[in-house]
Design a protein around this ligand. Sequence first.
Ligand code: ARG
Length: 473
Amino acid sequence: MSRKELWSGRFRKQLDPAAKRFSSSPEDSSILKFDIAGSIAHANGLRRAGLINDEALKCLVDGLRSIYASYADSSSALLHGEEDIHMAVESRLTEMYPSHGPRLHTGRSRNDQIALDLKMFARDGLLRLAEHLLQLEGVLLKVSRRHVNVPLPGYTHLQRAQPMYLSHHLLAHFWRFMRDIRLAGALFDIINSSPLGAGAIGGTGLPLRPSYTAALLGFEHTFENSLDATTDRDFALNIAYLSALISLHLSSLAEEMVLWNTSEFGFVSLPDSLSTGSSLMPHKKNPDIAELVRGKSGGVIGELVSAMVTVKGLPLGYARDLQTVKSPLFHAVDETCSSLSMMSLLMDGAGFNRKKMLQSASDELTYSVEIVDSLVRNGMPFREAHSSLGKAVSASVEGGKKLEEVVSGLWPGMHFPSSPLEDIEMRSSAGGSSLSSVRRQLDAAADAVKSSRNWLSSCRRRVSKVDRLLGLK
Ligand code: ARG
């Protein structure tokens, strides 16, 4: 016979064991730390309001910290047979301190409690994502510097378009991830408000002060509306969206690594330690890690959709459906962090084949834009120059002649780029592909990383209050 639920007063029968299994929350093992820190803050709030005495506060805090110390690495054991983490912690605490444990939940509901736990997870998740993003950014910067002036073709429609440097190409990925970090920063500000004190739905009649517990937990704000605070899961959707966006960016980079690693492209050779072989074909070296990063991005997008569809159409006020938003949130963050860290390793270990890239970048047809620009510089209207070059390219392709030859026949004395470098160097506009533009870009990228690092450390300091409450610092 299982133990009575903490809410069982109103009921004549115990919860059906199958219903209990169905409704339990095993995924709560991811939020033990936050649940306990929130309870320690709440116990302090109760003391401040005169609702418990010093002795009770000490016992509650000691008990909660010792539960954390015992179960931090085995929270599933604590959850076993319990409805959720809130019940599991309170039951264990009450076993330890039978006269003080039952006072902990005063003035609090599991509705504000779970919203608080998830906000703390979300805050921590944002910082973990940002940390992994910065690690990948560092690798992309390093590889870009190493190959700052190595040309390869730039593509549109996956057709050779204009040559550029590998650094410029990799930095395009860098800026995507930088926007992700900036989005994480904006979300951190939005998320940084504590729902503790909102009660079940309408606040509390006891003299508790939400701003006091919010400050203890390192939150900047509290809520304006208790009903909104308990129902709000926008923060979970926002983080799932950020994770999905990062995953899209990762997937695009992974796809290029898969493509460039083919014999047909041959631009990159992925490290042995991150490649796998075939069980049948001895010669194979497969880019499985990049493929998995690409594949797992689909799952993360799925988590976003799953969370959105779950909250769609829910009325205000807590409904148990909200319990099912937790797994998508946890998975989205965890999967994205592990893909980010695999991608950092992959990019760090990738070997770039300069010769092969130079060879492909030396396709003279891709210099055609530069010839158009030369004609324009000499006064020809752009449309006329574009159309003339189009005809020249067609004469070259159809007549089996070099474009350079056709161009010098049409416009004697016209300068034709002798190498991809010469073509690339013409585009020295801001953010363009020339070496001087790329060097400016590298400086801006390094500055952006530095300011993101500073932002991350200040957030970490703020959030470390949680560790202090747990007695870890
Ligand atoms: N296990 C629940 C969840 O994860 C906690 C809140 C339960 N509240 C309630 N009124 N049943 O969402």
